[in-house]
Ligand binder design. Structure first.
Ligand SMILES: Nc1ncnc2c1ncn2[C@@H]1O[C@H](COP(=O)(O)OP(=O)(O)OP(=O)(O)O)[C@@H](O)[C@H]1O
Length: 250
């Protein structure tokens, strides 16, 4: 296991919240990710861009323990080894998976309560639930409605609020914009920006909507066929003609 500091930690003096080195992962015999190095500092917002099938979802699934990996995943400088998603959540890392982040046969209210299951302070949990109802009034109006009967946008709001009920230090978000109307996507990204700025929750976003993601994130990793093809500050990516054409379309 390498103990060399990353470029980021050498610059800031902070230990990375999440540090991945030499990660490979896949499904059965099929290896999808190859030798990935990636880090997220406390409070940082980072985006992973890449074409369909590049391995972005697989990367988030490996980080949150949903699939096995080789290589090292360190949280607060400790190698987590093969870890279960619930343990990762207790370590402060919550995952909003692509398209299915709610418990579909439970009410909105119960989804939010389950999101806070590791927390002890019932009063603070109730306050957080009220706060998320004010962030997403569409949820507040339907708190007894079964999650599976919500619209796609409402389900995505609930998935995000449910993950945030654990008060994570790092939120892994898999394509929160997928299939949603532009106004709802914009609203969800405004909430993500707010969450990052005010609660200090770090973000690791996987996103097809590069324009929105680059507006939130300060750093970018570009995945190509399961490997990191480039990484660096968002501004550098915006100023790179080839990347802008491929991912921003202009
Ligand atoms: N459960 C699975 N079993 C086998 N192969 C899988 C499985 N899930 C994904 N794959 C394969 O792994 C590769 C990477 O998929 P992944 O979903 O991580 O890509 P992605 O970058 O998130 O793509 P997209 O942007 O289309 O969601 C693809 O070739 C995909 O077919």
């Amino acid at each position: 296991m390498s103990t060399a500091p990353t470029v980021e930690s050498a610059q800031t003096g902070l230990a990375p919240l999440l540090e991945i080195t030499g990660l490979s992962a896949g499904y059965g015999a099929a290896n999808v990710l190859h030798d990935i190095d990636l880090s997220v500092q406390p409070g940082e917002a980072v985006v992973v861009l890449g074409a369909n099938g590049a391995g972005k979802t697989t990367l988030l699934r490996a980080i949150s323990g949903l699939i096995p990996h080789n290589g090292s995943i360190r949280v607060d400088a400790t190698d987590v080894g093969r870890i279960r998603p619930d343990v990762m959540l207790r370590m402060g890392i919550a995952h909003v998976p692509q398209g299915r982040g709610t418990l579909t046969d439970m009410t909105i209210q119960d989804n939010l309560k389950v999101g806070a299951v590791s927390r002890k302070d019932a009063r603070a949990v109730a306050q957080d639930i009220d706060q998320w109802y004010s962030v997403f009034p569409a949820l507040g109006k339907r708190r007894r409605q079964i999650a599976g009967t919500l619209s796609g946008g409402e389900q995505q709001m609930l998935a995000l609020a449910r993950a945030m009920m654990a008060r994570p230090r790092l939120l892994l978000c898999d394509e929160v914009s997928l299939g949603l109307a532009p106004l709802i996507v914009q609203g969800i990204f405004e909430v993500l920006t707010e969450v990052n700025a005010t609660s200090g929750t770090a973000l690791l976003l996987v996103e097809q909507n590069a324009e929105l993601a680059l507006a939130v994130a300060s750093r970018v990793y570009l995945l190509e066929v399961g490997s990191v093809a480039a990484h660096g500050p968002s501004a550098e990516f915006r100023n790179n003609d080839a990347i802008r054409r491929a991912y921003l379309g202009y």
